[in-house]
Design a protein around this ligand. Structure first.
Ligand SMILES: [Zn+2]
Ligand SMILES: [Zn+2]
Length: 102
């Protein structure tokens, strides 16, 4: 997992989110519904490359980018596509604290 330097948590893992979630975490206001998208590797031989990663986005982005409006999975090959559309990475601890995710 790539790392990000957070002003609150020092060096932390990061999570891929849409710009609205970035703002909500900064403001400590929750977006009512956020959707998770698991990017699942299936054909990689490198164990570090095959780790599964999850992106989170809001309903506005689901509509705008034609993403599923419920939690879903996509093959990891879609990663570039997803990152290209909402490539914001934030501290995973800040995100989890705002959204009470464990
Ligand atoms: Zn959004
Ligand atoms: Zn943080």
């Amino acid at each position: 997992m790539a790392l990000v330097r957070c002003p609150h948590h020092q060096l932390q893992g990061m999570v891929l989110v849409c710009s609205h979630i970035v703002k909500s975490v900064e403001d400590k206001t929750k977006i009512e519904k956020i959707i998770s998208l698991d990017l699942v590797a299936n054909d990689s031989i490198d164990p570090f490359e095959s780790m599964e990663s999850t992106a989170f986005y809001c309903l506005v982005c689901a509509k705008q980018y034609d993403f599923p409006t419920e939690n879903s999975q996509k093959p990891e090959s879609e990663y570039e596509n997803v990152v290209g559309k909402m490539g914001e990475a934030i501290c995973i601890k800040c995100f989890k604290e705002t959204y009470n995710i464990e």
